[in-house]
Structures are given as structure tokens and as C-alpha cells.
Design a protein around this ligand. Structure first.
Ligand SMILES: C[S@@+](CC[C@H](N)C(=O)[O-])C[C@H]1O[C@@H](n2cnc3c(N)ncnc32)[C@H](O)[C@@H]1O
Ligand code: SF4
Length: 469
């Protein structure tokens, strides 16, 4: 077992993240002032706050680490990050392992990149591997550029539909009982339309509207048309307002739904294959085929959608990592304007499962396949324009949105930035309001769809108050 004793500080969260990265499990013991990981390595580490910085050493090896760490890190960083990078260095040496993002475990590495002058800084300060540091710098610049073109005083609107007709086995976004509430879908569409029209009429023209899920196209053709009509007639838009609908699963996208969106002038849509292998789709209980995806994609193009985003997942454990490259090459052949690559996030993964699910060899292969995928995307003119990470992806790998130049999705950047206000409608949706340039406050909407259906009128009033509408 590894024990890290915290003295004079409370960075349990950050140090826990580093332990989880290396060992896949962590236990926080605030009474005992320590975090621990179950592993074969048996050492005690002290992580101590000093008047002018941080000191970390393996107990019994004080002299070695008290020299090695200051030699390695000549430049100061924020204290919270300092504790993490010192622990990372020790564990890296003790295990002989490095990770692509070094000691950066947070969900938004591009925020750290925006504070640095060059990719080399990310490598020297946080041990980020040079290829990731380059990717991060480039993405960070693109994010800043896109954000700079939006008005910080204008709102972005998110509309959430937390229903799916069935659950894909890998999915970490929706709960097991997602299909159990399907009988309340109509009630939900009515409550949602109430909220959209009541809030919508109070708004000034917005920067972007994004309807996501779950699967927004899960509604019947008629109810879907009703929701789209409510959005387009009640939310004020200007000539530059971006509107995106996450159609998602091809088995829910009918010609009628596509036509309704186009009739209202909607130009952006997501249709997500996840993989272009029928076998993998079947194994994960994702209820459409590759042909279904391609048919819907072609139909959407034919009807004049200008930007189609397609999500792929890297690291699906039911297929070989290299199959991602096959999916990507077929997908690029179809020419979607946006391609988002997510790395599989394994919910509540225990250390034993970690070995079973992927193993270190699998992690390495995934890492190199992902790097290859980025080269292919770049070679085909796609640029990375937003990035975030989830906890518990193998190797701490990232999710990256790529776009052909000029076709980027503003909503994705605004939402991830935590520097723009998002008013979020529907069950489980999280609103964020900016106060001035830096302070952000959140307003959650209850996750439970039955509570939302019952209480939405009161919820929307409180939400309007929160936004001062
Ligand atoms: C919230 S989901 C909604 C998308 C839509 N329902 C669909 O399936 O096409 C957004 C994206 O998250 C990704 N995703 C879902 N579960 C994931 C997991 N466990 N790890 C990584 N990405 C995941 C998928 O690429 C999916 O398209
Ligand atoms: S349809 Fe999308 S949101 Fe629903 S379970 Fe599948 S991946 Fe998750």
C-alpha cells in the first residue's frame, strides 16, 4: 500500500487524482490526514506545506528527494499544482511509468496552457509529453480565438433531453433506468416546452442554442416537431446565433425530424456513429448499424445541413485500439465538418477491473493509436478546437473536438470555458451565470424527470430569478 501523509495542507483531491492515475484506486482518510492506494509498492510519503512552498519525500529517503525535487523543478507553480507535480515525480520514478499528461489531472488542461507561453513550459513544469503539450497549446489558442468572437454579456442556451430508447453499455452519461421513464416522454416534452417558451420570451438574442442529451430525437415525430417549433418561435436569435441539435443515435433520426429542423433553418446537427464496426455496435447494445448511420448522414447532407458533427469513442474495450483508425478513415471519407474523439471513461473502475479491462499494454496501444488519429485528422485539414478530460479514462487521456476551419461549434467552447453564461433548461441541466469576468455561479435543475415534470413551473421561476430575468 502507498500512503501519502498530508501535513499543513488539505489538497486531498489533487493528490488523490495523482494516486488514481497511477494505481486506479484511492482512499481519502481526512481524520488520519492521508490518502492511500492499494498496490504492491509499499512506501510512505510525506507531503508537507512549508512557509515558502511544498516539500514531498519518501519516508527514509529524505536526503535524496529533498535534493532531487528542487533540482527538477526550478520554476515555481501554484501551490496546489506543486504538491501534485512533486508526488507525480516520486511515483513516476518508483513505478518506472510516465503518463501523457504528466501531473496535469484536471479536466481542462487548456486553462493551464493559456497561462503558459509555450508548449515547452507545459513539459518542463508539469511533465506533459511534448505531443500532448503541442496539441494542448494549439487547442487553447483556438478556444481563446473562438471565445474572443463571442459577446460575454450574451447568454448561451442548453436544452437537455435525458432520455434514450435504450442504454448503450459503455455509456457513462445516463443512468441504468434511462429507458424506464419512456412512458413519461410526452409529459416531459410538454414540461420542457413550457420552460422553453416561458424562459425564451424573457431573453435577449442569444449566442448559441444547443439541444443535447441523452437523445433529443427520442421524441415521436410529432412531439419533436413541437419542441423544435417552441425553440424557434420563443428563443430570440440574431443572424449569428448558432443552433445545434444533437440527433445522436441514427435509429432515432427520421426523415420527418430532419425536415422539420431544416424547415426552421437549423444547420447544425450531431449524428454519432461511435465506431464504424457493426460487431462493436452490437456488442455494446447500441441499436443501430453502420448502414443506418451512413443513411442518416447522407439524408442530412441531401437536406442541406451545413455542419454535421460525428462522435467516435477511442478505447472501447470490445474492439482493438487500431479499429479506431479504420472508423476514422471511413468517417473522414464522408466529410463531416466536425469530428469529436472521446476516450472511453470507465465509471467507478476498481483497480482489478482496470487490469482486466485494458491492462497497461492496452493503455499504451490506445495512447499511440490516439496520437495517430490526431495526425490523420490534421492531415485531412481538421483542427482541434476544444478539449476536456474526464476522470478515470485510461492513461488520463483526453476528449478533443476537431473541426474544419470556420465550422467550429461555439457552444462547446463557451460551455467548457466557464467564462460564458449558459442558461440550461430541462431535467438535470446545469446553468452557469458569469458575474463580471471571473466569478461563475451554478444553478442545477433536478435530475429526476418525474420531479422536473411535476415542479418545472417553480423551477423555471427560480432559474429566471437566478439570471435576473
Ligand atoms: C452524452 S452522449 C449523447 C450522445 C447521443 N446520445 C449518442 O449516443 O449519440 C455524448 C457522447 O459521449 C460519448 N460517451 C458516452 N459514454 C462514454 C464513455 N463511457 N466514455 C467516453 N465517451 C462516452 C459518446 O461519444 C457520445 O456521443
Ligand atoms: S444513446 Fe447516447 S446518451 Fe443514450 S445511452 Fe447511448 S451513448 Fe449514452
Amino acid at each position: 500500500m502507498i500512503t501519502v501523509n498530508l501535513i499543513g495542507h488539505e489538497n486531498y483531491y489533487g493528490l488523490g487524482d495523482i494516486l488514481r492515475l497511477f494505481f486506479g484506486n484511492v482512499r481519502e482518510d481526512r481524520d488520519g490526514h492521508r490518502v492511500t492506494s492499494e498496490t504492491d509498492l509499499d512506501i510512505n510519503i510525506t507531503s508537507r506545506a512549508e512557509k515558502d512552498g511544498a516539500v514531498t519525500f519518501v519516508e527514509g529517503e529524505e536526503d535524496y528527494w529533498n535534493k532531487k525535487i528542487p533540482d527538477r523543478f526550478k520554476e515555481r507553480v501554484d501551490l496546489k499544482r506543486e504538491f501534485k507535480r512533486q508526488l507525480y515525480l516520486i511515483l513516476s520514478e518508483k513505478t518506472g511509468r510516465d503518463y501523457p499528461w504528466g501531473s496535469l489531472t484536471g479536466i481542462r488542461p487548456t486553462v493551464v496552457a493559456s497561462e503558459e507561453k509555450s508548449a515547452e513550459d507545459l513539459t518542463s513544469k508539469y511533465m506533459v509529453r511534448p505531443d500532448k503539450a503541442d496539441l494542448c497549446m494549439e487547442t487553447s489558442r483556438n478556444e481563446a480565438d473562438i471565445l474572443g468572437r463571442t459577446d460575454k454579456d450574451k447568454l448561451n442556451v442548453y436544452i437537455g433531453v435525458p432520455f434514450c430508447p435504450s442504454r448503450c453499455a459503455y455509456c457513462s452519461f445516463v443512468s441504468e433506468d434511462i429507458s424506464h421513464h419512456m412512458g413519461r416522454l410526452k409529459d416531459y416534452s410538454e414540461a420542457l416546452c413550457d420552460e422553453i417558451s416561458w424562459i425564451g420570451r424573457k431573453l435577449d438574442p442569444v449566442t448559441s442554442v444547443y439541444m443535447g442529451g441523452g437523445t433529443p430525437t427520442v421524441f415521436s415525430d410529432e412531439d419533436f416537431a413541437g419542441v423544435i417549433e417552441t425553440i424557434m418561435t420563443s428563443i430570440p436569435t440574431g443572424p449569428d446565433t448558432e443552433i445545434t441539435i444533437e440527433a445522436g443515435r441514427a435509429d432515432t433520426v427520421t426523415e420527418s425530424k430532419l425536415k422539420v429542423m431544416r424547415e426552421y433553418g437549423i444547420k447544425r446537427i450531431c449524428i454519432n456513429p461511435q465506431t464504424l464496426s457493426d460487431e462493436t455496435l452490437r456488442k455494446y447494445n447500441r441499436k443501430h448499424t453502420v448502414k443506418d448511420f451512413l443513411d442518416v448522414f447522407e439524408k442530412a447532407k441531401e437536406l442541406g445541413f451545413e455542419v454535421i458533427n460525428c462522435d467516435l469513442i477511442a478505447g472501447l474495450n470490445m474492439e482493438e485500439p487500431k479499429e479506431l483508425l479504420e472508423s476514422l478513415s471511413t468517417l473522414i471519407g464522408k466529410g463531416p465538418e466536425n469530428i469529436t474523439i472521446h476516450t472511453l471513461y470507465k465509471k467507478r473502475r476498481a483497480s482489478l477491473e482496470r487490469e482486466k479491462v485494458m491492462g497497461d499494454d492496452g493503455d499504451h496501444r490506445l495512447d499511440s493509436v490516439l496520437s495517430e488519429a490526431y495526425k490523420v485528422l490534421s492531415g485531412n485539414g481538421y483542427i482541434p478546437y476544444y478539449m476536456y478530460r474526464q476522470k478515470d479514462t485510461s492513461h488520463g487521456l483526453e476528449n478533443v473536438g476537431f473541426s474544419l476551419p470556420g465550422k467550429e461549434c461555439i457552444y462547446n467552447v463557451a460551455m467548457m470555458s466557464d467564462r460564458r453564461s449558459v442558461i440550461a433548461l430541462g431535467a438535470g441541466a446545469m446553468s452557469k451565470r458569469m458575474f463580471g469576468d471571473m466569478r461563475l455561479e451554478r444553478f442545477p435543475t433536478p435530475k429526476d424527470v418525474l420531479i422536473y415534470i411535476r415542479d418545472h413551473e417553480e423551477i423555471m421561476r427560480r432559474k429566471a430569478d437566478f439570471f435576473g430575468l
